[in-house]
Unconditional design. Sequence first.
Length: 215
Amino acid sequence: MKDIKKFISGFRNFRNEYFFREDAPFELLCRGQSPTTMVIACSDSRTDPSFIMQCEPGEIFVVRNVANIVPPYEQDAGYHGVSSAIEYAVKVLRISNLIVLGHSLCGGIDALMHDDKVRDTEFLYKWLSVMGPVREEVVDHFGEVNKKSCTACEMAGILQSLRNLLSFPWITERVEAGTLNLHGWYFDMESGQLLSYLRQTKTFEPLEIPTTYDE
């Protein structure tokens, strides 16, 4: 109950700041949302994108899942929660930036790399299998599973999600038209750095100047 009491107290502070003060932002936000950016991030409790980037309510449209995975475009009878959120952001909200935000020490990627530990799970193993080919490439390159190969898989997973985004025809159309920019970012919790993938160098570099995946 201690945690619940803390959450309730936090909500009271939030309400006082965002609802009851003069020029409270939710007076305007109740009329609708118009974020320019979508962030696809990991469910990890340490990597809330709004907190990391110090965003205000209404600034970013967020989807979080295990290992910040974007599945490829599929038209079938399945339930596509991530894809439906992407569709809403791109087609309805008309965002102009889409960020895939991965991070170091990712439990989801660790589970992917040590997949024998999650084979009996009901949902997790199947979800992580989207990144199965990435795991195979990384393990083939490094020859073993260790911290270095897990870090490489975390970064390679971001790139695979970016490629999967381009499998959505209406995303490719907007990227080619120059009205939608894709970004691959990596939050290094140990160094406190935010890195961005540069296609020119094919490396993740400290983020200083805005860069896009399609440049």
